[in-house]
Design a protein around this ligand. Structure first.
Ligand code: FEO
Length: 419
C-alpha cells in the first residue's frame, strides 16, 4: 500500500497521476492524437482511464490501449518505487482492446498480478491474446470479492457495449467504475465533469452515445436499472473522458442516458442529403427553411459531414428528411453510407420524408431510401415523396418549404401526444 510519505514523493511531481478519492488514483493515459475510433471521428482524442485502489492488495481497475501501455506502466512504477511486485490484482470490466490490450505488456513485466474477471470476459480476451500463462481469478457477476482489506462487486451489463461488458462497484466509497457507459472521447488532464466546459462535455458525450451505444438502447436501460439498484453511488468513473462526483451531475448523466437510450424525440429535424448539381441541395435548404420557422433544423450534406456528426444529430431528432440525386439506379454513395450507418445504429421513433431529383427514373429514390433506411428502422413518412425531374423550379422549391412546414407540424403534434 502507498504510504503517506511515498504519496508525498510523487505529489510534487505527479507523473500525470490524479487522486480521485481517498485511496483511489487515476493512472490512465490520454490518447491526445487519436482522430478516429472504429470509424467514429474523435476531434479531441480520448483517454483510457485506469484506476488504482490502494487496498492492502493494490488493485488496478481496467487497462489501457497497448500502444500507450509504457506510459501507464511508468505511471504505476512511480507509485511503487520498489517495483510492480507490490501490485496484486487487475480487474477487467470489458475485453475491447482499448481497455484490455495493455495487460499484455503489464503481465510480461509482472506475471504475478492476478487478473480478476468473469468467465465470459476471459473467453473473449483469450481470443485476442495468449492468456494460457496468466494468473486468473474467475468471479461470478454480482458476487462480492475481496482485494485484501477491501471488497468489490463486478456486475455484468451485457451489450453495454459487448456481451461480456461489466461495471465494478466499490461499496466502501460508493464508487462505480462504469467502463464504456457514461464515457466521452475527450483527452484531458481533468478528471471530472465539473472541471470542464459543460457544452464540450455534452457534445462529446452525445456523439459517444450515438456512435458507440445507440444500437444498445435496451441493454443501456438495463444497466441504468442495475445502477439504480446499488446502495448509493457517490462517484461515477468511466473508462473514457471525465467522471462525475456531484449528485446533480450523476443525476444529469443518468437522465441524458435514459433519454438517449429511449431515443426520446426533441423538437428537431435532421435534413440529410447528397447532391450532384445543386437541385437536391436547394430542395433540402427549402425544406429546412419551411421547417425552421417552427422547430430546430440541422441541414447535413452527406458528402461534407462526417457520419459521426450525422449519427449524433439523428439521435434526438424527431424526424429525418432524406434526399438525394439519382446515380444510375441508386442514391449517391455518401448518402448510401449514411443510410447504412443509421440503419446499423438502429435509429428509432422517427418521422420521415424523402425528396430529391432524377433524370429518367422517378421510382429509384423512394425505393432505395425506403429499403435502405425507412423500412428497416420503421421511419413513419408524414408526406408523400417529392421527386423532381433534373432540377427544381421556383414552384417546386415553394412546395419544399410547405413540406418542411408539414414535417415540423407533425413533429409538434407527435411531441404533444407524448406529453
Ligand atoms: Fe471503450 Fe467498448 O471499449
Amino acid at each position: 500500500m502507498l504510504s503517506s510519505t511515498s504519496f508525498h514523493r510523487f505529489s510534487s511531481i505527479t507523473h500525470g497521476i490524479s487522486k480521485v478519492a481517498n485511496e483511489v488514483l487515476w493512472i490512465g493515459v490520454n490518447d491526445w492524437d487519436l482522430r478516429e475510433f472504429h470509424s467514429m471521428e474523435t476531434p479531441i482524442g480520448t483517454s483510457y482511464n485506469s484506476y488504482l485502489i490502494q487496498s492492502s492488495q493494490p488493485t488496478i481497475i481496467d487497462a489501457v490501449k497497448y500502444t500507450l501501455a509504457d506510459e501507464w506502466i511508468s505511471r504505476l512504477s512511480s507509485v511503487y518505487p520498489n517495483g510492480l511486485k507490490e501490485i496484486k490484482n487487475i480487474v477487467l470490466n470489458h475485453a475491447e482492446p482499448d481497455h484490455s490490450s495493455g495487460i499484455v505488456k503489464l503481465l510480461e513485466k509482472a506475471p504475478h498480478i492476478k487478473l480478476i474477471l468473469t468467465q465470459k470476459n476471459l473467453d473473449t480476451i483469450s481470443r485476442f491474446y495468449n492468456s494460457s500463462k496468466w494468473n486468473v481469478q474467475i468471479i461470478q457477476g454480482g458476487t462480492p470479492f475481496e482485494i485484501g482489506n477491501k471488497t468489490l462487486i463486478l456486475a455484468e451489463v451485457p451489450m453495454a457495449h459487448w456481451p461480456e461488458s461489466g461495471v465494478t462497484y466499490f461499496p466502501e466509497k460508493k464508487i462505480l467504475f462504469s467502463n464504456d457507459a457514461f464515457g466521452q472521447h475527450i483527452a484531458t488532464t481533468k478528471r471530472f465533469y465539473d472541471e470542464i466546459d459543460p457544452s464540450l462535455y455534452y457534445t462529446e458525450a452525445k456523439s459517444y452515445y450515438a456512435n458507440i451505444l445507440m444500437k444498445h438502447g435496451k441493454p443501456v436501460l438495463n444497466a441504468i436499472k442495475k445502477v439504480a439498484g446499488l446502495p448509493g453511488v457517490d462517484m461515477v468513473l468511466p473508462s473514457h473522458g471525465v467522471g462525475f462526483r456531484r449528485p446533480e451531475d450523476i443525476g444529469k448523466i443518468i437522465k441524458l442516458y435514459t433519454n438517449w437510450a429511449n431515443q426520446t424525440p426533441e423538437k428537431k429535424i435532421s435534413v440529410i442529403y447528397d447532391c450532384n448539381w445543386f437541385g437536391t441541395e436547394r430542395m433540402a435548404h427549402a425544406i429546412a427553411n419551411g421547417a425552421g420557422k417552427l422547430v430546430e433544423v440541422n441541414c447535413l450534406h452527406a458528402r461534407r459531414t462526417h457520419i459521426t456528426h450525422i449519427a449524433a444529430d439523428a439521435l434526438d431528432s424527431a424526424a429525418l428528411a432524406v434526399g438525394s440525386s439519382v446515380l444510375h439506379d441508386n442514391v449517391l454513395p455518401d448518402l448510401a453510407m449514411n443510410l447504412q450507418y443509421l440503419r446499423c445504429l438502429s435509429v428509432k421513433n422517427k418521422l420521415g420524408a424523402l425528396f430529391g431529383t432524377y433524370g429518367w427514373n422517378p421510382t429509384v429514390l423512394p425505393k432505395e431510401i425506403r429499403s435502405q433506411l425507412f423500412l428497416p428502422t420503421k421511419v413513419k413518412e408524414v408526406v408523400e415523396p417529392f421527386i423532381v425531374k433534373w432540377s427544381p423550379s421556383e414552384a417546386d422549391l415553394q412546395k419544399c418549404e410547405e413540406i418542411g412546414k408539414t414535417i415540423a407540424e407533425s413533429v409538434i403534434e407527435l411531441l404533444q401526444q407524448q406529453k
